[in-house]
Ligand binder design. Structure first.
Ligand code: DX5
Ligand code: ZN
Length: 232
């Protein structure tokens, strides 16, 4: 089982975003989570492809190896902006099913643009959206808060939903042998990360829990320590 930690730059210091990205990578980040909000699908406004392009050269380790940029689109409509993010350096692009009129088409579009495709589930959104598209999904993202803001409290019902999503992934892997990541986003902290891992998540977004601490290395190391406990 590979666990990945994805700091959300939503809680970073935007006046020095490049340095912040470098700092969390030096502290052990596996992905950079990039939250895109449009003040329409969600009640907040953040960053777009230009910022993704600016972050891209910073999203690598000191040895030059690339750290994937994990773009979480909270925008409606979705399709128009997908190629722009692919060109700007996104590696994974995820969207909410409610934000696309043609989910199958949007998933295909993301892959055609050379990125991994993810589907995101709000707390009240049913997993049945996966029924006919599992073969087109590379990542399932379970929201454990209502999207729009960092620093919210983890909604406990996300644990059962993660377990249900994990079952679907296990069935798909048995059928196709293809890997699908199970990501969780919202209110993830050192204190609850082990329980979340036990529910089936393998990829953990954490914004305020990492950027809200002075020592990113200590925080990410503590999270890894907890994840090691969940493994046994
Ligand atoms: C919320 C965003 C999250 C957010 C998480 O809409 O999708 O990625 O940054 O922040 P924390 O970890 O502080 O809950
Ligand atoms: Zn997010």
């Amino acid at each position: 089982m590979t666990f990945r930690i994805a700091p959300s730059i939503l809680s970073a210091d935007f006046s020095q975003l490049g340095e912040e990205v470098g700092a969390v990578i030096a502290a052990g980040a596996d992905l950079i989570h990039f939250d895109v909000m449009d003040n329409h699908f969600v009640p907040n406004l953040t960053i777009g492809p230009m910022v993704c392009e600016a972050v891209r050269p910073h999203s690598k380790r000191v040895d030059g190896s690339k750290i994937p940029i994990d773009v979480h689109l909270m925008v409606k409509p979705v399709d128009r902006i997908v190629p722009d993010f692919a060109k700007a350096g996104a590696d994974i692009i995820s969207f909410h099913p409610e934000a696309s009129d043609h989910i199958d088409r949007t998933l295909a579009l993301i892959r055609e643009n050379g990125c991994k495709a993810g589907l995101v589930f709000n707390p009240a959104t049913p997993l049945s959206y996966l029924d006919h598209v599992m073969d087109k999904v590379d990542l399932i993202l379970i929201m454990s808060v209502n999207p729009g803001f960092g620093g919210q409290k983890f909604i406990p019902s996300a644990l059962a939903k993660l377990a249900e999503a994990k079952k679907r992934i296990t069935a798909e892997v048995a059928k196709s042998g293809r890997e699908i990541w199970l990501e969780v986003d919202g209110g993830v902290k050192t204190e609850n990360i082990a329980d979340i891992a036990r529910a089936g998540a393998d990829t953990f977004v954490a914004g305020s829990a990492i950027f809200g601490q002075a020592d990113y290395l200590a925080t990410i190391s503590a999270m890894r320590g907890e994840l090691a406990k969940a493994r046994v």
